[in-house]
Structures are given as structure tokens and as C-alpha cells.
Write a protein that binds this ligand. Structure first.
Ligand SMILES: Cc1cc2nc3c(=O)[nH]c(=O)nc-3n(C[C@H](O)[C@H](O)[C@H](O)COP(=O)(O)OP(=O)(O)OC[C@H]3O[C@@H](n4cnc5c(N)ncnc54)[C@H](O)[C@@H]3O)c2cc1C
Length: 322
């Protein structure tokens, strides 16, 4: 979004990016396995780039370098280790933003905090003694030559299976559905190939009832279905997606329709001048990097239409893709 603002002529000192992580792209660093190919058409979302930013299929490192370069080339001011705790619309227009390091005022605010800050957790209780054996990402601990259970059925679950097999683990996947209808083609084919080669065992239509500690301190998993006998695993990796930070958004006064924040054209929320982009408003199917980039381009276009004085450059002259 900051790159889009620069592209229409907003000066760098008029833009501030606040990021809670110690560096940019926290979600990519934490959740993407090192060897992962970052897909331009993730989840089958077609990568037709509408703004200044665009990725093609590339490695995790190349993706991070691309963002590094963007920040540098546009001279963006990013304050790291700064958590935004609240945003308050001001009576005369604009916003007051409270962060862990102070407060700011801005005419417009764009929230792009994603949904991965709070990974979804299972509804059953997991014994505390298993904490070191329960994972929500694959970068916080190194899993090699272990017996692992992956829980989920989306692209992340498939990628975690692929990564774990590459690292010599014995992998089982538990998925509630009987068909993988959410996977993109590459992840679908890769997972089925691993199953065929007996490198991954897939428990289709399996529902975990309970996780307990077995006599050797491993996780003993009990299933609802009699067809799946209890099994012990050294590690369980959950790939269940994330949750919209509803309370944070509602506290600002943003209206919701069910679980989803209401957005108008250009991703403006019900609070005028406040925009929600990226995974936050990508909908049930989930988001992707290029989709998030495109949403930023659309939000910027909408700002330029409603307040042409903000934008020196007309967005009608087609944007250049990165
Ligand atoms: C395992 C996995 C694999 C994926 N693979 C692909 C792929 O191959 N290709 C693809 O296109 N997409 C992929 N995705 C999806 C993609 O990562 C997301 O769609 C994209 O990161 C969404 O970007 P975002 O900016 O909305 O949110 P995020 O990337 O989640 O960024 C949100 C940022 O906000 C920060 N933040 C959160 N709360 C606050 C706060 N209160 N104050 C300040 N900062 C805050 C976070 O630290 C974070 O840096 C994958 C996702 C996962 C989990």
C-alpha cells in the first residue's frame, strides 16, 4: 500500500508503516518452510497484477528480497517492533493511532494485519506436557526423522507434508473431508504422489476426538471414527488457518456482516477513510500475496478518486508492474 501511495506521488515523509515484527513479512518468515516455492497463483487465485507490485513463482528468499528492494527503492519509513493497539476516528476527520511506542495522527489508515497472528487451534484440550510437541508453523522448531501428524486439508497442510517428508519424517495427514477440494493443482498432485509412494498416510474423513500423553511422553491421538485406531505421534502440526482479529476491528467501530468486516468499493470500511486490505478482507477462500497487492492498488485508486488532491499522478495512466 505504501508503494502504491508512492507511485501516485505521495511523498515518503507522508507515509508511515507500523509493523509489530522485528522485520517485514513476518507471516512469510514464520509460516513458509525454507524450501517452499512461493506461488503467484496461490489457491488458484489468478495472478493478474493490477498495481506496482507483483510476484511470479519464486523462492521464499527471493520474495523477501523483493520486499526489501521495494522498501528501499520507495524510501519507505517502516517502524518495526511497533504493535498498533488501537485506532480512533477523530471528530474533525482523520485518525488517532495508538501503538506500543506512542501515538500518531493520520488522515487515512489502511489496516493490513492479516489473520495469521492467531492461528486457529483445535477445540479439544491438549495436555500442557505436550506443548513442545504441538506446532502451528514449521520454522519455530526443526523436525527431522520423527513421526508427525499434520492436521488440516488446505495448501498449507499439503506444503507441510511435503516439507516434513523432505526432512525424513514419517508423516500422517488427518483431514475431516474425504476429498481435497481446496488444494491448488501443484499441492494436490504433490500430496497424492507422496501418498502413492507411501511417504504420507492420509486419513480421509477423520475427526480427532482427543489428544493425550502416552507412556513414552508422545501424543496419543484418538479419533471419532472406529476405522482409525488410536495412534501415537512425536509431533502434531496444525494447519487450520487463522482468525480475523474481530475485537480489534470492532473496537474501532468497523461494522461486520456476520464474521466478515463490511467493505465498500476500494476496500473502504464502514468508517470513512479507513481501509482493510489483504487477508483481512480476502473472504472465506483465503488470500494470496498478489491478491493483497491488487487490493492495495484498488484502495489507492479509490483514495485518488475521492480525494484527487492526495494523488499527484493520475492512476488512469496504466501502472507499471514490478
Ligand atoms: C504456509 C502458508 C503458505 C502460503 N503460501 C502462499 C503462496 O505460495 N503464495 C501466495 O500468494 N500466498 C501464500 N500464502 C498466503 C499469504 O501469505 C497471505 O495471503 C499474505 O501474506 C497476506 O498478506 P497480508 O498483508 O494481508 O497479511 P500478513 O502477510 O499476515 O501480514 C500482516 C502483518 O501485520 C503485522 N501485524 C499484525 N498485527 C499487527 C499490529 N497490531 N500492529 C502492527 N503490525 C501488526 C504482522 O506482524 C504481519 O507482518 C501462504 C500462507 C501460509 C500460511
Amino acid at each position: 500500500m505504501a508503494a502504491e501511495a508512492r507511485n501516485v506521488g505521495v511523498s515518503a515523509d507522508q507515509i508511515l508503516v507500523l509493523e509489530k515484527g522485528e522485520t517485514h513479512s513476518w507471516a512469510i518468515r514464520k509460516f513458509y518452510p525454507a524450501s517452499k516455492v512461493v506461488l503467484a497463483n496461490y489457491k488458484g487465485i489468478e495472478a493478474v497484477c493490477a498495481g506496482v507490485m507483483c510476484i511470479s513463482d519464486m523462492s521464499k528468499d527471493e520474495t523477501l528480497t523483493y520486499i526489501d528492494r521495494t522498501i528501499r527503492q520507495h524510501g519507505l519509513r517502516v517502524r518495526y517492533n511497533e504493535v498498533v493497539s488501537g485506532i480512533r476516528p477523530l471528530a474533525g476527520g482523520g485518525f488517532s493511532i495508538q501503538s506500543s511506542s506512542g501515538s500518531y495522527e493520520a488522515r487515512r489508515c489502511v489496516i493490513a494485519i492479516g489473520i495469521l497472528d492467531k492461528p486457529n487451534k483445535p477445540e479439544y484440550r491438549i495436555p500442557v506436557s505436550l506443548n513442545k510437541r504441538i506446532h502451528y508453523d514449521l520454522t519455530s522448531a526443526i523436525l527431522e526423522n520423527e513421526k508427525c501428524l499434520v492436521v488440516g486439508g488446505g495448501d498449507t497442510a499439503s506444503e507441510y507434508c511435503q516439507y516434513l517428508v523432505e526432512h525424513g519424517n514419517q508423516v500422517t495427514l488427518s483431514y475431516r473431508q474425504t476429498e481435497f477440494y481446496r488444494l491448488n493443482r501443484i499441492n494436490h498432485e504433490s500430496l497424492l504422489a507422496l501418498e502413492q509412494r507411501k511417504q504420507v498416510t492420509i486419513l480421509r474423513g477423520s475427526h480427532i476426538k482427543q489428544v493425550e500423553v502416552d507412556t513414552s511422553g508422545d501424543a496419543r491421538v484418538l479419533f471419532e471414527e472406529g476405522a482409525f485406531p488410536p495412534q501415537s505421534f512425536q509431533h502434531i502440526v496444525y494447519a487450520l488457518g487463522g482468525t480475523t482479529p474481530t475485537n480489534f476491528l470492532k473496537a474501532i467501530g468497523i461494522a461486520f456482516d456476520g464474521n466478515a468486516p463490511v467493505v465498500k468499493e476500494g476496500y473502504e470500511s464502514s468508517v470513512p477513510g479507513l481501509y482493510l486490505i489483504g487477508d483481512l478482507t480476502a473472504g472465506k477462500k483465503g488470500g494470496s500475496i498478489n491478491l493483497a497487492f491488487n487490493m492495495a492498488a484498488e484502495a489507492m485508486r479509490s483514495i485518488c478518486v475521492s480525494s484527487p488532491e492526495v494523488c499527484e499522478t493520475s492512476l488512469k495512466s496504466a501502472p507499471a508492474n514490478g
